[in-house]
Design a binder for this molecule. Sequence first.
Ligand SMILES: Cc1cc2nc3c(=O)[nH]c(=O)nc-3n(C[C@H](O)[C@H](O)[C@H](O)COP(=O)(O)O)c2cc1C
Length: 194
Amino acid sequence: MTRRFLFVLGSSRSDGNTELLARRAAEPLPADVEQRWISLAEHPLPDFADLRHDSDHVRPTEGPAAVLLDATLAATDLVIVSPLYWYSVSAQTKRYLDHWSGWLRTPGVDFKATMAGRTLWGVAALAAEEQVVADPLIGTLHNSAAYLGMRFGGVLLGRGSKPGDVLADADALARATTFFAPDAPHARFLADAA
Ligand SMILES: Cc1cc2nc3c(=O)[nH]c(=O)nc-3n(C[C@H](O)[C@H](O)[C@H](O)COP(=O)(O)O)c2cc1C
């Protein structure tokens, strides 16, 4: 199957470090791999309203939610491109993930079955030197992939504070060249791995 990568950009500024690093990682992708880039700042989702136990969620037919749902369902590879904000994903990214909970309950969408077996990847920039502070972000993405029965390709981390800083992180740029190369394993909750 031809691979279709969807890059979901979650920074609250354009041309930031996270996007720069993701674009470096995407450069080696073969020409027959589709790439779609969607900025959550340019496609602002409304705050998620939890209707799961009151009524059916209705499939969005227009606006950012429709664009993002259709693009997500079409992707074989979903790349969450989020800066590290307060040790986790940005609010824009978190809101996108919250909408998955509605899509899981939207008649006719079959979100879980569609996403199962597809691959979730992450790219994140952070200011801190110690990469361990990004563990909550990595855990969020890994567990979300496990919940949906997806594969998990890991998170490419790069260091930077102001836009462009990440281009001085030689280790991150080197990792970017092969980040999307391997086949990703199925994500499993830690409790299931034993
Ligand atoms: C709201 C906010 C929260 C942040 N929280 C963290 C953090 O918890 N740890 C960290 O190392 N850097 C933190 N940073 C720094 C950003 O991760 C860093 O500037 C990164 O390069 C931003 O990515 P971008 O250029 O793609 O927007 C924070 C920045 C902002 C604006």
